[in-house]
Write a protein that binds this ligand. Structure first.
Ligand SMILES: *Cc1c(COP(=O)(O)O)cnc(C)c1O
Length: 345
């Protein structure tokens, strides 16, 4: 049993072995595990990536509260905002986006924000400092404004990472369990890019609930290990508190969740959030040309680079198989296309 959910994602997504890449890796590092990709970049087209799994639960909640408008927030190239804008258009909800950064003239919009506009979202830009200082007030005042004009708005926090949204990845663990059985693998480690923590929180809780016997790791693309240890724990605790006795979280988890191992691989943020080095752009090119898989410089490319570096250091030598969750993000690539020319020739 799961909380109310609106089907938005194309499920189940494939789990696929990076056969050629793993073989090449093994020829240089004989003890390296094989790497599998969970293709959550294939949850849809415009409505794709990891956020869709979360929005299935988040928007069900918005609907059950009778809201006609959704307000959310993120960077100008937020995948979460783009997915929310499209999902709202599909469901006939109004969408207001509060974006962090310089305003982009409509005719220059690229990548995610171009899709936001197509989907008819109302967009407000806020300077980085205003956004960082006043995000809650900005969200609440947008909600008030909707109320004054007779509507009812539901606020989705950054990345839909809260006790509702994380159900997307709690549920995904049932899917992973079947994937592992079907592929005949027992991976001891599952990795994802961590940006607002909800994917990692859902996977960590879901791995316990579905008895995956696997350790979940977030590879952070912003902030640091301490921040995410705290944030992931906070989301899990709130989820257990709110849903604990229902939906198969059960009594056991009330005590067990305090011992759930939350693990972060830190050290790969590089120059900063959404800023990648030449190595990351090279890896994205290599993957596109050799595997036909598209990573992005903000999340998946950076996190996969981190995983690969740790594997090369021998950290996961004891493993036969590891799984990397491909969380999507392809639209973010377009806004950084110039980096492929200036940094990597
Ligand atoms: C948002 C996002 C992530 C990070 O997920 P969180 O749940 O926010 O930690 C990873 N990859 C992509 C492509 C994303 O858009």
């Amino acid at each position: 049993m799961l909380p109310p959910r609106i089907p938005l994602a194309r499920l189940n997504t494939p789990l696929h072995l990076l056969a050629r890449f793993s073989e090449k890796l093994k020829s240089a590092y004989p003890d390296a595990p094989r790497i599998w990709l969970k293709r959550d970049d294939l949850t849809g087209f415009a409505l794709s990536g990891n956020k869709v799994r979360k929005l299935e639960f988040t928007l069900a909640e918005a609907r059950s509260q009778g809201c006609d408008t959704v307000i959310t927030c993120g960077g100008v190239q937020s995948n979460h905002c783009r997915a929310t804008a499209i999902a709202c258009a599909q469901l006939g909800l109004k969408c207001h986006l509060l974006l962090r950064g310089e305003s982009v003239p409509a005719e220059h919009a690229d990548g995610n924000i171009f899709i936001d506009q197509l989907a008819g979202a109302t967009i407000a830009f806020h300077s980085v400092s205003d956004y960082q200082k006043n995000l809650n007030e900005l969200l609440l005042s947008a909600q008030d404004e909707v109320a004054r004009s007779g509507g009812k708005a539901f606020i989705i926090p950054t990345g839909a990472s809260d006790e509702i949204g994380i159900w997307g990845y709690v549920a995904a663990c049932e899917e992973l369990k079947h994937d592992f059985a079907k592929s005949g693998i027992t991976p001891g480690h599952v990795f994802c890019a961590t940006g607002s923590g909800g994917t990692q929180a859902g996977l960590t809780l879901g791995a316990y609930r579905s008895q995956l016997n696997t350790q979940v790791w977030g590879i952070n693309v912003c902030d640091d290990e301490n921040y995410f240890l705290h944030k992931v724990n906070e989301d899990i605790t709130a989820c257990v508190a709110r849903y604990g006795d229902r939906y198969d979280l059960g009594k056991a988890i009330h005590t067990a969740h305090k011992d759930l191992p939350i693990k972060v691989i830190d050290g790969y943020v590089g120059p900063g959030y959404a800023k990648a080095t030449a190595e990351i752009f090279d890896l994205i090119k290599e993957f596109a040309s050799q595997e036909g898989v598209i990573f992005d410089p903000v999340y998946t490319g950076k996190a996969f680079y981190g995983l690969l570096s740790e594997i090369k250091k021998g950290r996961f030598d004891a493993e036969q198989d590891v799984v990397f969750i491909h969380t999507g993000g392809a639209f973010g690539l377009f806004a950084q296309r110039h980096c492929f020319y200036s940094k990597t020739q």
